[in-house]
Write a protein that binds this ligand. Structure first.
Ligand code: SF4
Length: 268
């Protein structure tokens, strides 16, 4: 690990709680690479999380950090951004935290286009609470609450974010580790609501329940399922079924909430 990345870690809180083979550390590293590249100041950066394995990330980071309640990271982050729009505010959340209990907060923050960056660590399951199926569990996959296979359909979180009004949307995976830092960098730079879906692996629950033998096999699955935005443009809907399109999916600036709020209140 690069020395300059280490400065952002709160090493007194190590060892971390993540299981061997978990993808979350790769995504945390990608975030810190983006922070380092952008030269963000620790005192002007806030990282907020909800509850879940991914939401433990802020505890290991030496920024202003807030570990909040399940699904509520976005409302806390919204309050912080409105109180001090100069701050860079980033949210770490999981697929259950962001798309189930926090789903409405996600779509309304997107609708407002408030300048927050949400990194959704999507491992397709509730890891921390022992493997219940989440809104991102694929149809037919197994979880502790889906012993016969999940009959529900997962969201496409990126399409959901775009439809709700997010102005920057991207997807990467733990396998494509080098793709994530520039995507996160652009998400932070976007003056508006940004969503980066980072596909992660939970070998302990998702892998075990779905008989995927090892973290390496889970990473290979990410590799084999992903297609780039460029490749996707040459594929039809049948060929794209079951594939994950990775890269920058949407980037279209629009008026930002705190600036608009400031403008109308200063005119009043
Ligand atoms: Fe990672 Fe799964 Fe372990 Fe949670 S339970 S730390 S998601 S491997």
């Amino acid at each position: 690990m690069a020395q300059n990345i280490l400065q952002y870690l709160r090493r007194s809180n190590f060892p971390h709680i993540w299981c061997p083979g978990c993808g979350h550390g790769i995504i945390l590293y990608a975030f810190l690479s983006a922070v380092e590249k952008l030269g963000l100041e620790k005192d002007k950066t806030v990282v907020v999380s909800g509850i879940g394995c991914s939401s433990r990330a802020p505890g290991y980071l030496d920024f202003n950090t807030l570990h909040t309640t399940h699904g509520r990271a976005i409302p806390f982050a919204t309050g912080i951004k409105i109180a001090n729009p100069e701050l860079t505010v980033v949210i770490f959340t999981g697929d259950g935290d962001a798309a189930a209990i926090g789903g409405n907060h996600l779509i309304h923050a997107a609708r407002r286009n408030i300048d927050l960056t949400v990194i959704i660590l999507n491992n397709s399951i509730y890891g921390m609470t022992s493997g219940q199926y989440s809104p991102q569990t694929p149809t037919g996959a197994f979880g502790t609450t889906a012993p016969y296979g999940n009959v529900e359909r997962p969201f496409d979180l990126c399409k959901l974010a775009e439809a709700a009004g997010a102005t920057y949307v991207a997807r990467g995976t733990a396998f494509h580790a080098r793709l994530l830092p520039p995507l996160i960098e652009k998400a932070i730079q976007n003056k508006g609501f940004s969503v980066v879906e980072a596909i992660s692996q939970c070998p302990v629950y998702y892998g075990r329940k779905n008989k995927i033998a090892s973290p390496i096999d889970m990473l290979k699955l990410q590799r084999d399922t992903a297609v780039s935005v460029k490749q996707a443009q040459t594929m039809n809907s049948e060929q794209l079924a079951g594939k994950l399109v990775i890269g920058e999916l949407y980037n279209s600036p629009a008026p930002e909430y705190t600036e608009e709020y400031q403008r109308v209140t200063s005119n009043g």
